[in-house]
Design a protein around this ligand. Structure first.
Ligand SMILES: [Zn+2]
Length: 459
């Protein structure tokens, strides 16, 4: 392995053109040609300049080809395994869901530019002797989607495409020392890791907080960023034992996993890490078996604890039953909001005012319209309702039936019960009757100076 100590060459992953790849780029050529000098996503490499190792470039090319071909199996063969010396089970799980998105919603065009990058400062990768070779690559992803459902049905290259999106970060490629060119695997972003070892005396199962490192002297802009990120990570690491204890207690469980957290510098990087098609603003993300992904929005401890508590509540909910991801979305978000409520004491009066105002304006959503993510286009106006109306209902049920019953209800939904089945089993009442009672109660909420709530975060 040879590490290039300066950024010296850029090669587009589309440099090896195949029939699919070239036609995909022809769509781009009709627009602003953001892809490369010839509009086909093929850049001319200056032969005199050093470049990424050929095997890494070939891996990049194959990654792009697999995305264009919507071949998840081929792509996942290029990703680090779930176990062994190169293993990263959490990243692999994240990549697997990331692939499902572009299989379901194919991109119209994509390029992955790979540039040799310096070894990271602070990630500690260079000091390890673990039998692996590593290459660091400054990766620039650029992708575009068909402009409409109708365009989606047209062949690649003939579609009208929306404005390109792009994101740039330093990625890791790894192989066993002495492996051949085909052995390089993509390991995702390079992170600085803050380990929080288990502390049995305080009942803490352990944690791992990751953030993006500074990369050598070339990336001086990132220095300030990194200081903030390091502070954010350190606050999150320090808060994790308390947040886990509080949220575990909220659900009456005790999880024993080492919880991984990833802090992203930018919203578009966080969105890219979830799905290429993900476009909604968000503060955090979690799915079963994945890290808690958070936006590094600042170093306010209260805000970090609030985001952590919300996302960790999702982690706990996903352990309550095998159908948790199919449970009503408003319940998943509502209960996560309620679990994080101790870290945002100002939210309850605002929530009550908002729900009361919606009730009097006849603007409460039907629960079935908040049940599935993403919302249908005609219900997109209810995005805030998912969180605020959902939290209010979960709080109302808690006041009426108690915390243990609330968790039983959540557990029933996470095991596949319908709303009505869970309601009858746990609250001894049809769901409809509870809904009617709740709607009557909330009519009276916050009558004094009802104010719209316009700054709800949607983690
Ligand atoms: Zn959430």
């Amino acid at each position: 392995m040879q590490l290039q100590m300066r950024i010296v060459a850029t090669v587009l992953a589309g440099v090896v053109a195949d029939c699919c790849g070239v036609s995909a780029w022809e769509g781009a050529a009709s627009a602003r040609q953001p892809w490369g000098p010839n509009g086909l996503g093929v850049s001319v490499l200056e032969e005199s300049k050093p470049k990424l190792p050929a095997g890494v470039l070939a891996t990049l090319v194959q990654m792009r080809e697999a995305i264009i071909a919507r071949d998840k199996e081929a792509y996942m063969r290029l990703v680090v395994p779930g176990d062994g010396p190169m293993g990263d089970p959490i990243f692999r799980t994240e990549q697997s869901r990331w692939c499902d998105d572009w299989v379901k919603t194919p991109v119209g065009a994509i390029s992955i530019e790979g540039t040799a990058a310096n070894p990271p400062v602070g990630a500690g990768a260079t000091a390890r002797d673990d039998g692996l070779e590593r290459v660091y690559a400054d990766l620039k992803w650029i992708w575009r989607y068909p402009a409409s459902e109708q365009q989606r049905t047209r062949p690649l290259g003939t579609q009208s495409l929306v404005r390109p999106k792009s994101v740039q970060f330093v990625g890791l490629f790894v192989r066993p020392r002495g492996g051949d060119d085909a052995a390089w695997r993509y390991g995702g972003e390079v992170w600085v890791t803050v380990e929080k070892p288990p502390a049995p005396q305080i009942g803490f199962a352990g944690g791992r907080v990751k953030f993006e490192p500074k990369f050598g002297a070339d990336n001086e802009d990132a220095q300030g960023d990194e200081a903030v990120l390091a502070k954010v990570a350190s606050i999150a690491g320090a808060a994790l034992p308390e947040v886990r204890r509080e949220v575990d207690a909220f659900f009456g469980v005790k999880l024993t996993c080492v919880q991984e957290i990833k802090f992203y510098r930018s919203m578009k990087h966080l969105q890219h890490s979830i799905w290429l098609s993900y476009a909604d603003p968000l503060g955090g993300w979690n799915e079963p078996g994945e890290s808690i992904k958070l936006m590094a929005t600042g170093a306010r401890p209260q805000r970090i604890k609030q985001l952590l508590a919300h996302e960790y509540a999702h982690v706990v909910t996903f352990t309550l039953g095998p159908k948790a991801t199919d449970a009503p979305w408003w319940m998943l978000e509502g209960v996560a909001e309620l679990a994080s409520a101790p870290y945002r004491p100002e939210a309850k009066p605002r929530r009550d005012r908002q729900v009361g105002a919606w009730a009097r304006q006849d603007n409460l959503a039907e629960w079935e319209h908040l049940a599935a993510f993403p919302l249908k286009p005609e219900h997109a106006k209810y995005m805030t309702h998912v969180y605020v109306q959902g939290e209010h209902m979960m709080a109302w049920l808690t006041t009426r039936f108690g915390e243990a019953a609330r968790t039983k209800f959540v557990r029933a939904l996470c095991n596949g019960a319908s709303l009505d089945e869970a309601s009858r089993a746990v609250f001894d009442s049809p769901w409809l009757a509870l809904d009617v009672a709740w709607r009557q109660d909330v009519m009276l909420l916050g009558r004094d100076g009802a104010m719209p709530m316009d700054d709800v975060d949607e983690p």
